[in-house]
Design a protein around this ligand. Structure first.
Ligand SMILES: *Cc1c(COP(=O)(O)O)cnc(C)c1O
Length: 477
């Protein structure tokens, strides 16, 4: 055996000692999690990290974990908590963490089939599984990305080239969506050089879904004005209210006018696994490209999105590259290489963080958890609806419930609800976020954590009533 010890290669005893400390930290975190707050507004916001600069000499794992706890894990939103009901909650499945650990230690390079054929097969197998789930053909182009934002960029860059939107056409190349589309799509358009495309925000119905007749009319008018309609962006689960645009009717319009049809299912896509979620997604299979986020609907920790694109050839033409120093990789072509379908070359082997939980839990555990989220959203909706002081304007299609409190006469409603959300966040037992709906300040309950159950919803309803009556009693009329 090698007697020389290299400082970056700890020996077995050291590896086990440090791993034990990390494991103890993790297991303590998980054991304490049910009683930890969902939000901590700490005054220093992790600034203690800065007081511990890196040293030339080795440090101690206990000290490092101490800093991690007080400066990183405590302040802010506890996104591992079932009480996290803000924005769109992410997941954090434990076996996914173990998948990441395995991927990091073996460090398979999953960018190219030649270098890690098994890893690339695994990622492509997951993408084919997702394609099948939403009724796409399984020989589509796909990529596992860091999240929905990069997945959207890949989809829209491909759409741009398929529709031959060259620079001089851009000011006339019209995009159709609604005001409830996610902002990452604006960002993707801008990054893809399409920031100057005119955008038509199509009117929505009273449940905040795109009106397909208005969409068609806008396209007809733009065609008559010699503009170039090219892209429709629909949402399968909006962030604001969880609405699903009428995907089938929009598909018909896209087909009639030969536009690229993109469906943002980052939040809603995996509800296709739940028997009562699937019918609402009908029509998604007609899209040209779809984005869905395993770090939302499959409860995986942050860092996993997916894009599926039917036009394989175009996806590859938009993203492929050649370089002399990569020539060894050219011979292996059995599976598409992720690097040929994404802006990334070197990448995290992120398939393992999804493959392992799917293998160990089985698919039906995911179906049941998603079904539970839909049930909980209906439950929260009907409880709030029964309460005369709450206004609940949207029937939840998925698992977002949007509402506000109607205070007694003379109190400004928006200001009251701003105070209400502040009070809930300061309390910290659960975390809710807010949005504006036609200028009205609304609270949202976004139910997507695998750790959110009926007791969480009951607690949330109790906190809301508690804080609302405290505020009612304290405000002057
Ligand atoms: C979260 C979300 C996105 C953006 O995805 P990231 O994974 O956060 O990059 C896009 N669209 C919708 C509807 C989302 O909920």
């Amino acid at each position: 055996m090698n007697t020389h010890s290299y400082p970056l290669e700890p020996q077995l005893a050291d590896r086990l000692r440090v791993q034990q400390a990390v494991e103890t930290y993790v297991q303590t975190f998980l054991q304490e999690l049910p009683s930890l707050p969902a939000f901590v507004d700490s005054p220093s916001k992790g600034a203690g990290l800065l007081e511990s600069p890196f040293q030339e000499q080795p440090g101690d794992i206990e000290e490092a974990l101490g800093l991690l706890k007080t400066e990183v894990d405590i302040p802010g939103i506890n996104s591992a908590s079932g009480g996290h009901l803000g924005y769109i909650p992410g997941g954090g499945l434990y076996y996914s963490g173990l998948g990441d650990y395995l991927a990091a230690v073996t460090n398979k390079y999953a960018g190219i089939f030649f270098s890690a054929p098994g890893a690339v097969r695994m990622e492509n197998m997951l993408l084919r599984w997702m394609a099948d789930l939403i009724g796409f053909p399984t020989d589509v182009a796909g990529n596992l990305t860091s999240g929905g934002s990069i997945a959207s960029l890949i989809a829209l860059a491909t759409a741009r080239d398929a529709q031959e939107i060259k620079a001089r056409l851009i000011p006339d190349a019209v995009v159709y969506t609604t005001e409830h589309a996610h902002h990452c799509l604006d960002k993707a358009l801008r990054i893809a050089g399409l920031g100057e495309c005119p955008i038509r925000y199509i009117p929505m119905d009273e449940q905040y879904r795109m009106n397909p007749e208005a969409l068609e009319q806008a396209i007809v008018e733009d065609n008559a004005a010699d503009l170039k309609p090219w892209l429709i962006i629909a949402s399968a689960g909006t962030t604001d209210v969880g609405a699903i645009d009428p995907l089938q009717a929009i598909a018909q319009v896209a087909k009639r006018h030969q536009l690229w049809y993109h469906v943002d299912a980052a939040y809603g896509g995996f509800f296709a696994l739940a028997a009562s979620g699937k019918p609402g997604l009908a029509g998604i299979e007609e899209a040209d490209s779809v984005v869905m986020d395993p770090h939302k609907g499959l409860f995986i920790p942050y860092g996993l999105g997916a894009v599926l694109i039917k036009n394989k050839r175009q996806a590859a033409e938009t993203h492929h590259y050649q370089a002399n120093y990569m020539q060894d990789a050219l011979s292996a072509t059995e599976e598409a290489s992720p690097a040929d379908l994404s802006p990334e070359l070197s990448k995290h082997f992120r398939g393992l963080r999804l493959w392992l939980p799917l293998k160990l839990h089985g698919v039906s555990a995911f179906r049941d958890a998603l079904e539970e989220k839909l049930t909980l959203a209906n439950y929260a909706y009907s409880q709030l609806k029964q309460h005369p002081d709450f206004e609940v304007p949207v029937v939840p299609e998925l698992s977002v419930v949007i509402f506000r409190y109607l205070p007694k006469k003379g109190v400004e409603v928006n200001a009251f609800n701003q105070k209400l959300i502040k009070a809930v966040q300061t309390d910290g037992r659960v975390f809710l976020s807010s949005t504006l709906l036609n200028g009205a300040f609304m609270l949202r309950m976004a139910i997507l954590s695998f750790r959110t159950h009926q007791d969480t919803i009951d607690l949330t309803l109790q906190i809301l009533q508690e804080k609302a009556s405290e505020l009612e009693n304290s405000v002057e009329v």
